[in-house]
Structures are given as C-alpha cells and as structure tokens.
Write a protein that binds this ligand. Structure first.
Ligand code: BG6
Length: 369
C-alpha cells in the first residue's frame, strides 16, 4: 500500500527519519549504547577482535563504507569494506579474531550469503545487519542487529540505507565503549547526535519540491558526477548509483581529492556536478579543500549543485544551486546529505516518465550468484 504516495519509493524516502529513529529504539540505556542482540558476541569477543571486514553489495556496501570511517575513529579497529562477490574468490585472510559484518536489506542476497558462509568456515566471527526478520543471512550469523526500517518495496534502496548507517554507528559506539576507546561522555555525545538525526532529516525532506524543479530541467542530461570527501565520499557513490538504477543516466561518484588525479578531465561546459560539502567546522579542514574543488570545476564550466550546511556562505559564490542540510557534526552529515540525492534520483526518473519502483533489469533481491 503506497499510502497515498505516487510510488513506494516516495513513501519510503518520507520514512527515512522514522527508519533511523526505530533503529535506535531499545538500544540506548542511560545515554550509552547497549544492543541486546549483540549477546551472541560477548564483550570479551568484541575486545578480542583485531579486524573488521564489512561485506555487502550495492547500496548496503556504501553504508558499510560510511561505517568504516566511524568504527575506525571510535573503536580504533581496522575496518575493510569489500563487495561480497569479490571477497570469497580471492582467499581473504581471516582468523578467529576477524569480525565479518554483513549488511543486507533483504538478508537473502546470494553473493553476501555465500561470503558469510565462507567467513564462518574460515573461523571468523560473523555479525549480520539486516532489515528482514528471520532471513537467511542472519540465521547463518553469530549475531544480528536488525535495522527497523520496515518493509522496503521499491527496488532502489533508500530508507534501508540510513537505517544501515544507524546500525553501524550504534555498533561502532558500543565497540568503542567496550574497548575503552570512547569514554562515557564522548559516547553519550555521539548517541545524542544520532538521536537528533530523525528531526533533522524531517527538515531535509522539505527541500523535495525544489529538487523536483531541478530534476525537470535536468531530464535530458546524459551524465552527472558526484563528489564527496570522507564520509561524503560513499554518499557520492550512492547518489551516482541511484541515477544509474532509476534514471538510466551515466553517473559516477568520486572522492573529491581524486579529482585532480583524473576525473577533472571529464569536466566540460554544462557538466552537472553534485558536491557534498563538508561542514566549515570540520576538524580536518576538508571544507576549504572541497570549496576549492568547486572553484576548479566551475572555472571549467561545470554546473555545480552543492549540498551544504545551513549558514555555510563560502559555497554561495561558486555554486549554481545550494541544497541546505541542518548543522551536524561530520559523522552525521551523510545521513542528512543522502536524502536530497535519493529524492533527486527519484524525481529525475519521474521527469523522464520511468517506473521508479521497478527499474528495468533489476530485482529487489538477487538470489543467484
Ligand atoms: C541490489 C538491489 O540488487 O542488491 C540494491 O537492487 C541493493 O538496491 C543490493 O542495494 C543489495 O541488496 P541487499 O538486500 O543485500 O541489501
């Protein structure tokens, strides 16, 4: 039931705030993270692991990339992210101190399932982040943290993505608490930031109308690029994937720092480039670097659509359009910045008269290798 929305995708994007909120519920106690379902992996095990390997496909893999940045920072454990279908065929090095975290909305993706089984056979610990109760992948894992995004019907994943990042963040905070790399006051601060995301997301949804107008004038475009840095990089990849899946437009996401090493050669007058701009308060000063990337591509004739924090005036002289997101500390920006890109993918497909819920050649869950 589309509940009055024009598509399941429109409905599911509107549910992104709720997907985050519901994934947090029941997992915070006295301001700290306590995920009851993690019992299959007790505190000793969590202290003992020396590496995390995230395996997933598609959108879920991008959620894993966002999680990597956070888990490394908060729990000081090395994290690798791998596409599940590449993982198993190269004899990856796994030990009983490796924690393999699979991320899957359906819990049935064959590539991911086979990678989980392989990891178990090699003696690794396995944690599943999954949106579907009782699915095969969680049943094959030592522990499962369910994302509570609710059923996702549209083939292109949206609300599951923000719920997956939320689950990865909860896990990363708990890991940091258990391993002593996050003290209570820092952990509590991160929990508060996460709990503030749903309200902020609700205000991002309000930019939907403007994005629809933008999508209309872009309906004939042949190629769109997306740039981001740090946790904004996987968001750029996700924005590009949505355009390929939904609007059949050639789209690519790049790490903004990579621009000068190749992709800038693609920029010619009229090229549309979305740029996810880090906050001006970013401790790594990535904001200035990304603003200078914008200047470089603008000087070559690109049309720049910046996704930038409220009040960031530095982008104004250089961008053709600015979509605003509420203030948040760097790790919480991807949850906000991705929503305009989800809306954009959907609206561009709609402007081209395409079926946004059921794109050609794709299935919601791919149960063959
Ligand atoms: C693809 C879907 O086939 O599988 C994507 O079209 C999804 O939307 C990917 O991100 C992974 O699926 P799952 O269910 O394992 O998260």
């Amino acid at each position: 039931d589309k509940g009055g929305w024009s598509s399941f995708m429109a409905k599911e994007i509107s549910e992104e705030p709720e997907a985050v909120a519901k994934t947090i519920i029941g997992r915070v106690e006295d301001g700290l993270v306590r995920i009851p379902e993690l019992e299959g992996l007790d505190a000793d095990t969590l202290r003992d692991i020396d590496r995390v390997v995230v395996i997933a496909c598609g959108t879920a893999a991008y959620a894993g990339m966002v999680g990597k940045y956070a888990i490394e920072q908060w729990a000081r454990v090395p994290v690798d992210v791998e596409l599940a279908h590449e993982f198993r065929y190269r004899e990856p090095v796994l030990t009983e101190r490796t924690l393999v975290v699979s991320i899957s909305q359906s819990g049935e993706t064959m590539d991911t399932l086979m990678a989980v089984k392989y990891a178990r056979e090699q003696g690794a610990r396995t944690l599943s982040i999954c949106n579907t109760q009782g699915a095969t992948i969680p049943r094959e894992s030592d522990a499962v943290v369910y994302t509570h995004a609710g059923p996702e019907v549209a083939v292109a994943s949206t609300k599951a993505f923000v719920a997956q990042i939320t689950a990865m963040y909860l896990f990363g905070i708990q890991l940091g608490q258990v391993r002593g790399t996050l003290d209570d006051s820092r952990a509590r601060g991160l929990v508060r930031e996460l709990q503030a995301v749903p309200d902020k997301l609700a205000s991002v949804l309000a930019s939907g109308e403007r994005i629809r107008e933008m999508a209309k004038w872009m309906a004939d475009t042949q190629s769109v690029l997306f740039l981001g840095r740090h946790v904004g990089y996987p968001v750029a990849l996700e924005g590009a994937l949505k355009l390929k899946e939904l609007a059949y437009i050639h789209a690519e996401g790049f790490a903004a720092g990579e621009l000068k090493h190749g992709p800038i050669a693609l920029i010619e007058p009229g090229q549309i480039v979305f740029v996810i701009v880090p906050s001006p308060r970013d401790p790594n000063s990535l904001h200035a670097k990304v603003v200078s990337n914008i200047q470089e591509i603008r000087a070559r004739g690109a049309r720049v659509i910046a996704i930038a924090e409220q009040g960031d005036a530095a982008v104004l002289p250089h961008a053709d359009e600015v979509i605003r997101i509420p203030l948040a500390s760097p790790f919480f920006e991807p949850l906000l910045a991705v929503v305009p890109l989800h809306i954009f993918g959907m609206e561009l497909a709609a402007a081209k008269g395409l079926d946004v819920d059921q794109p050609r050649n794709l299935a919601k869950s791919v149960t063959v290798e």
